[in-house]
Design a protein around this ligand. Structure first.
Ligand SMILES: Nc1ncnc2c1ncn2[C@@H]1O[C@H](COP(=O)(O)OP(=O)(O)O)[C@@H](O)[C@H]1O
Ligand SMILES: [Mg+2]
Length: 347
């Protein structure tokens, strides 16, 4: 039950060290009345086979915009200004919609924010998953093969396979979300993007689904981009973390390292305002103010209006991304002034 076979005819998975996905200087704006919303600004990161990357930041910082861009499912008013999104070395941005369709589901799949409410209410859940399988797996599996695959997937995500023959309203919220995860896995993707996959669920169901997603990801060896505004969730499920602020990745590095030693003031304050990770003894240094309006983002460093370390230079000049320790990079002029967690007495 645990091993989901590769779809018939699929080439063997490449599990080498080369990055599966490389996002390079991605810059995307939304055209609106009155200007452009700078939603994704010079975003770069790499994702290797089997790796888990967390994308974290306050609501409105551009996480979903990045996710939608990776799948080229961005809104109609979105405009790519710069950058590349390379999947196995191939840039996805210039691809036609038809070419892009050959990558969705099969190579990169996604559990959308709020997807559990996207089931068609008048069609059995199994029939909806079958549609995806028949569209994307080539050659098309026989009815018996497809059924077997769907039953394996339901077992994998912890839903009774009998539910395949039921309608969405007969599922609980948690089950609907598990079924969405099964559907996202149905074409054996190399990468799965999970955008706030448990946010709408109660805490216990959230924990169960997270644990399961983590187990499945390890078992199947796929890479995952896990998106959440909740840094505690990210800490649990990822090896690498990218902290987004106002459309930019301001800090990126190994999760453990970033948690132990955040070097961006925003990363630091975000960690400090998460009592669920740090425990009740931590002195809270609340993040003050509001995220900026991306129709007119702040000059220089976009975090400067809220930053306790900001100087005149920060108002004028945007800081470059600097590597501060192996694999740990930060966009901040004053990263060396950020106190260590240990100095604060929290180590
Ligand atoms: N289609 C759109 N048109 C204009 N602005 C948008 C559109 N979609 C998102 N935005 C804006 O882009 C910014 C980033 O949004 P989003 O990617 O949804 O952030 P997050 O997922 O981190 O909450 C926000 O300021 C949001 O209001
Ligand atoms: Mg979002």
């Amino acid at each position: 039950m645990q091993t989901i076979p590769s779809p018939a005819g699929a080439p063997p998975r490449d599990r080498t060290d080369a990055a599966l996905l490389e996002v390079d200087n991605l810059t995307m704006e939304y055209e609106v009345d009155g200007g452009n919303v700078s939603a994704v600004s010079n975003v770069s990161f790499a994702l290797h086979a089997g790796e888990s990357l967390g994308l974290v930041g306050e609501s409105g910082c551009g996480k979903t915009s990045v996710a939608m861009s990776l799948l080229r499912l961005q809104a109609d008013n979105a405009r790519f200004r710069e950058g590349e999104i390379r999947l196995n070395g191939e840039d996805l941005l210039p691809l036609s919609e038809a070419e892009m369709r050959t990558h969705r589901w099969k190579d990169i799949s996604m559990v959308f924010q709020g997807a559990m409410n996207a089931w068609n209410p008048v069609q059995r859940v199994g029939a909806q998953i079958l549609e995806a399988i028949n569209l994307h797996i080539k050659p098309r599996p026989t009815a018996a093969e497809a059924r077997k695959r769907m039953e394996d997937l339901f077992n994998l995500v912890g839903v009774d396979p009998k539910m395949l023959d039921r309608y969405p309203h007969e599922f609980s919220g948690g089950m609907r979300q598990r079924a969405i995860i099964a559907m996202a896995l149905s074409c054996d993707p190399q990468i799965i993007i999970a955008d706030e996959p448990t946010t709408a669920l109660d805490v216990i169901v959230q924990d169960q689904i997270l644990a399961q997603l983590l187990r499945i990801q390890k078992e199947l060896g796929m890479a995952i981009i896990y998106i959440s505004h909740d840094i505690a969730v990210i800490a649990e499920v990822t090896q690498k973390i990218a902290v987004m602020y106002a459309g930019r990745i301001v800090e990126i590095g190994p999760t453990e390292e970033v948690f132990a030693n955040p070097r961006h003031p925003y990363g630091y304050l975000l960690l400090h305002s998460a009592p669920s990770i740090t425990g009740p003894r931590r002195r809270l240094a609340p993040l003050k103010g509001e995220p900026p309006n991306l129709l007119n983002p702040p000059t220089g460093c976009r975090f400067h209006p809220r930053c306790p370390f900001a100087t005149e230079k920060c108002v004028v000049e945007s800081p470059p991304l600097q590597e501060v320790s192996p694999g740990h990079s930060v966009e901040c002029w004053h990263w060396d002034k950020v106190p260590s967690m240990a100095e604060e007495g929290h180590a």
